[in-house]
Structure formats: structure tokens, C-alpha cells
Design a binder for this molecule. Sequence first.
Ligand code: ARG
Length: 505
Amino acid sequence: MNTRNQPGSAGPSAARLWGGAFASDVDPVIDAYTRSLPFDHRLAAADLVGCLAHARMLLDTGVIDRESSSAILEGLSSLLRRVEAGDLQVGGADEDVHTWIERQLTEEIGDSGRRLHTARSRNDQTAVALRLWQRAEIERAVALAAEFAAALIERARRHTGTALPGYTHLQRGQPTSLAQHLLAHAWSALADAGRLRRAHRTAGLCPLGAGAMAGSPHPIDPHRSAELLGMEAPYPNAMWAVADRDYAAEALFACALVMVHLSRWAEEVVLWTSSEFGFARLQDRAAKGSSIMPQKKNPEPAEILRGKSGRAVGDLVSLLVTVKGLPLTYNSDLQEDKEALFDAFDTVQASLGVAKVLAESLEFDRDAMASALEGAYVTATDLADHLAMAGVPFRSAHERTGAVVRAAEERSVELWQLSVSELRELVPEIEDTGALLAALRPEASLAAHRSYGGPAPERVIGQIELAAERLEEERRWLAELEPPPIYHAHLGGDLLAEAIPGAGE
Ligand code: ARG
């Protein structure tokens, strides 16, 4: 989504929350450059939820009277309902989304609206809105990562016996299974979901009550604000509260790593669907054509996925550089935190969806995979392992096996096609040469690699269950999420209830 070209031109009449001490209007060039409404309009709903909690805390602590607070709570609730329904467009000439909210509220309920900003600054306001926004986006991203992992796990179930070469240095190394290969990507996606959840937790400290950076002389209750927002606790230090962007940095790192992982998945798709590998074809729904070469079916979604990883890494670097060297506490540089987060989450969410479609639309070619197991001596390590099992030190076994590979190469045969007499001469330590020849077939090698985490079909079947359990953990976390108590109260229309349901007193 293009967040740069929002409606509403900046100009001398732009609404702002200050100006009493200013003799003239801000230059239009400066105004346009410094406004954040063109992008932070995306925080409107989250900011309104933060405002509701603040207003309710002001009521509970008696900082503002019941009449004003009830007007404010109802006004905010009505704005939130219309913003979420898309009936009210967030835009215009205001300086930022916080200014927009306060203006809308005051237009709607009159002068009571001018009390909402008591014991608050935009510094703590914007920080709480960004946290709430980030939490909601993380929830979406976790759900998408879980779905991608689920798609890979589903495909793996049918391919525990499908053998193909595993690669190191992009050279054929040892036999593995397609299930094992797909599951390696699924585990990355599950780890990503876990990392995103940790960033969700980090965003659970509540900055409300920090004010500009010095707290407040009003008898406010920051614990109550945190509780109303379903956040873990208030910040123990008001300066840290408005200066801190760790939660954003952690979320951006989690997003960057999701994209780095997806770029590797995408590369797999590009390689496998190349004529050179030929391990898979993409269904037409997931490929694109060439404007000049009629025969082409390009893995463009995978290429674009691979390409987009760069921007998520850029978003992380952008935030880290923004925060680096900033003096405490809030500085306007921090206004730059938002677009990095918006872009990273837009990119991650769209890309996880594409990664899943790619996983579902690969049509595998088992024969091509089986052919790739030939001609590359992918079971040479098995021979060395057999020698080691017969008592030969592995380093010597490695050398001896090299000689066997050379002999097979000279005769242009596979290891398992050497004659019994030839092999017996080369490795006399192994008594049953016939059994050894059979063990050097790729399927036998696969079955023999049954160590924990290995590719043997029986192991991989167990691993699939483990991955499915991890997936369930993510799904449970998603299912158990509760909306912030104040949001719940807004939905129920009981913002003035004695105790807000869900908020433990
Ligand atoms: N638009 C600002 C931001 O995004 C809100 C905070 C402004 N605070 C201030 N003291 N100017 O960071």
C-alpha cells in the first residue's frame, strides 16, 4: 500500500496541537516535510484504543470528571467504530494521526474533547499506538507463517519415501528425502512464528503515563492504563518509555529473518523448476510468461519473493540507524520508525501468502529426483561409514573410499554396480560384500540414516508429528489471544461500567 500519497495537502491552515507561542505559520515546505498523517493514518484504530484506555484511566483516577470522561469515551468509541467500518477516512491537513483524532473528537463532542490530552504527550501516545498496531500485525503474521508451515508439512506427509540428493556447496552430497527437505523449511517458518511472538511480548510494556518524558504531576495510574490495554506492565522509567524502540527493532529483525528464510525457499523453487534440475514444475497458476519467448514459464513469484527480502532487511537497518546515537528521549527522528514497520509487515504478510501458494503448487518429478541420485557417488560416505563400523579409523576409511570412487569412475559405473570381487579386493575388511553392495544403493542409504533428525522415512514420520505439535502450539497461541479489555468494553458498549470486564483489579 502506498502510504505516501494520502489525500489532503499540507498548508498554512493545517491543524496542529500547538501554536500559542508561534507568531507565524510554518512554511508550507516545512509543514509538508514534517507531517506524518500521510503515513501514520494507519495507526488510527490502534491510537483510538490507546486513547480509550487513557480516558478511562483519567476517569478511574478522578483526574477528569465523569461528565467529560463519559463524553470523551463515547466520542472515541464512535470514532473507532466508524474508522474500523471504513465510514470515516483518516486524512486531511492535520499534522499527524494524533492531531486528527483530537480534532475529530472535539468537533464531535465539543470542549470536553480538549481534556483528553491531560497527563499525556504525543510521545507516549504515539509509542502506545505503534505497539498496539505492531501486536495486531504480528498476530496476522504468525497466522500466515503457521499456514505456510502447515502447507509444507502436509506435502511432506506424502514424500517420506521420495529420495533425492541433498546438496552441500550446491554439489550433490548424500541421499535425503523430499519430506525431510520440505520440513527443513517448515521448521524455519515455525521458528519465525516463535520469534514474532517474542516481539509481540516485547511490545507488551505500556508507555502511557510517561508524558513527554517526565511522567505527570496528576494522580494518574499507569498500571491501570497497561491493564486496560492488556499489556503486561507500565514502563518503570518514563524516559526509557518514550525513547525506547526495542520492540520495533525486534519485530523488524523477526520480519527480516522471515524474509531471509523465504528467499531461501524461493531459491529452492527457482532451482527445482529449472530445466537443469527438473525436480518440479510450477502449476500455471503460480508461474508467469515471457513477452517474447512463448515457451517460457517463469517462476516469477519465487523470484520476486527472493527479491523482496532485501527491503525487509533494509527496514531493519533503517530503524537501527535511526535510533543509533539519538540522545534521550523522544526526538523527531523517531517519527521514521513507522514506515519501516509498515513496509516490513506488508512485505512479510504478502510474502508468506505467496510462499504458501508456491508450496501448494509445486508438482514434483520423482523420476528426475531419482536420476539425480545417480552419477554423483552420493553413497560414498556410506561406504566410509561401513569401513569405520568394521574398525577402520574414519580418516583412513575416507581415503580408502576415495580409491573405490576412482575405480567406479574409471569403469563408469555406480558404486553399487562394482563387482563383488572388485569390491572385496578394495575393502577386504568388510566380510559380506554382497550386503555392502546393496547398502550402497541410495534407498538403502536413506533407510540407514535413522539417527535423530535424520532422513530415514521412519524418523521423518516421527519428525512430522513433532512439527505438527509445534504448529498446534502456534495455533493455540492465536486461539487464546484476547482483545485488550478496553477494546472489549468498547465492543460491548460498556466503557463506563464500574469494572471493565477482563481487567483484573
Ligand atoms: N508524529 C509524531 C511521531 O510519529 C508524534 C509524536 C510527536 N511528538 C512531538 N513531540 N513532536 O513520532
